[in-house]
Design a protein around this ligand. Structure first.
Ligand code: NAD
Length: 418
């Protein structure tokens, strides 16, 4: 059983670890460890059978020093106030790591969406949008998709907001369908940054891509696209998993066929292209070159970290390592390329979507992908430069050093008011 860790405490320990290498006062660092405000609400919605459902929901606005709050909306039974706060904090440092002009926010509803009809999910999402309305806006707070939400939910939220405000403001939310103002390349963006960071990491560590192997945990948006783009890059993706289990083929899986199988059967198990099925633990400890956790927080704890055999980890998920697991991997010399860089493609293309919405001008997919590559490669270079020129001992701490300094600079330049 994976150890219970409060993700908000993980975030704060990551900030503290970086603080030791930064020339900022403790007062400023303390301020950067807590959210500015958190909305907690209970949504009341009429369900299909006529009964009333109650759904606890949150929106955390962690820090707005560098721009409007930005971050996804998660639908999951385990959503909690502390999880949403942590995720909103990671957004602040993610946006700062890649240098886009946003603060950080996150939202969530405590719900298992599989238990509700589409009509019920629409009513729940619109009820949530009504609660969010005073707090969001294209210059205030811009939500986006996260676990179990996607274009459909973003379109409902945009429509609810615009109807109530009697306006058109597509930039109030990102991750929309193309017809509603979504950007080309947004669906693939998170997996694309994971692939780009893996590519840059291989080059930085002098590992030729040919013949390398990867295992990917989680086969939703982030995981499946990461796997497909790694395969395209020339990496053999030998194992992938989802909540149904893990599938393995030592010669490499056809990641697109695996995605098709999951779409049809709602799970990866039983995929014909696999030679073996593994448990989640077996998959996470496979001897591969790169392990990509792309499911949920705290997937790898201290005990599991001792068994990890991969040479490097590229975090597509947010917070997939417990702090103790992170320390074990650092001690063992396993390089971890952190979430706030590796999955930043999602928010970066969300930023491009917002820019396009404000310009009322759509970019081509190749322009989106080129701009994304530039942002991620520049951020990778800033991180490795900090890693080499300071006494930090992990790439994660290097990323936090870059990011916290940027947020602290904005705060100190603006001063305190009121
Ligand atoms: P998703 O709902 O599309 O996919 C989640 C996947 O994880 C599913 O395949 C699910 O079966 C699998 N999963 C859940 N528990 C598992 C377990 N114990 N073992 C193996 N697999 C398990 O969600 P997503 O949008 O791909 O998000 C995944 C992670 O990536 C989250 O941490 C999210 O915050 C992060 N992320 C997503 C985006 C984005 O744009 N979608 C951007 C940045 C970060």
């Amino acid at each position: 059983m994976v150890e219970e860790v409060n993700p908000f405490e993980s975030l704060q320990s990551q900030i503290d670890a970086a603080g030791a290498h930064l020339d900022i006062t403790n007062d400023v660092l303390e301020r950067l460890k807590y959210p500015e405000r958190v909305l907690e609400t209970n949504l009341t919605v009429t369900l299909d059978d006529g009964s009333l459902g109650r759904f606890q929901a949150f929106r955390s606005q962690f820090n707005g020093d560098r721009g409007p709050y930005k971050g996804g909306i998660r639908y999951h039974p385990n959503v909690s106030r502390e999880e949403i706060i942590a995720l909103s904090g990671w957004m602040v440092y993610k946006c700062a790591t890649v240098g886009i002009p946003y603060g950080g926010g996150k939202g969530g509803i405590v719900i298992d969406p599989d238990e509700y009809s589409e009509a019920e999910l629409e009513s729940i999402t619109r009820a949530y949008a009504v609660e969010l309305r005073p707090f969001v806006g294209e210059d205030k707070d811009i939500p986006a998709p996260d676990v179990n939400t996607g274009q459909r939910e973003m379109n409902w939220i945009k429509d609810t907001y615009e109807t109530l405000e009697n306006t058109t403001e597509p930039g109030v939310i990102t991750g929309k369908a193309p017809g509603s103002g979504g950007s080309a390349g947004r669906v693939e963006a998170t997996g694309r940054s994971t692939m780009l960071v893996t590519r840059e990491a291989f080059e930085y560590l002098d590992i030729p891509i040919d013949g390398t192997t990867a295992a990917v945990q989680g086969y939703g948006n982030a995981g499946s696209v990461s796997a497909q783009l790694l395969e395209e890059l020339g990496v053999d993706v030998v194992a992938v998993s989802d909540s149904s289990g893990a599938v393995y083929n030592p010669d490499g899986l056809d990641t697109t066929a695996a995605k098709g199988h999951k779409r049809e059967t709602r799970g990866l198990t039983g995929f014909e292209g696999a030679t073996e099925e593994l448990t989640n633990e077996e998959m996470l400890t496979l001897d591969v070159d790169v392990l990509v956790p792309a499911a949920l927080e705290n997937a790898i704890d201290e005990a599991l970290a001792k068994e990890v055999s991969a040479d490097l980890l590229v975090e597509a998920a947010n917070g997939p390592l417990t702090p103790a697991a992170d320390a074990v991997l650092a001690d063992r010399g396993v390089h971890v390329f952190p979430d706030i860089l590796a999955n930043a493609g999602g928010v970066t293309v969300s930023y491009f979507e917002w820019v396009q919405n404000r310009q009322r001008f759509a970019w081509t997919e190749s322009r989106v992908n080129e701009e994304l590559e530039r942002v991620i490669v520049d951020a990778f270079d800033a991180l490795t430069e900090t890693y080499e020129t300071t006494d930090v001992d992990t790439f994660r701490t290097a990323a936090y050093v870059v990011a916290i300094q940027r947020v602290a600079d904005s705060f100190e330049e603006s001063g305190t008011f009121p």
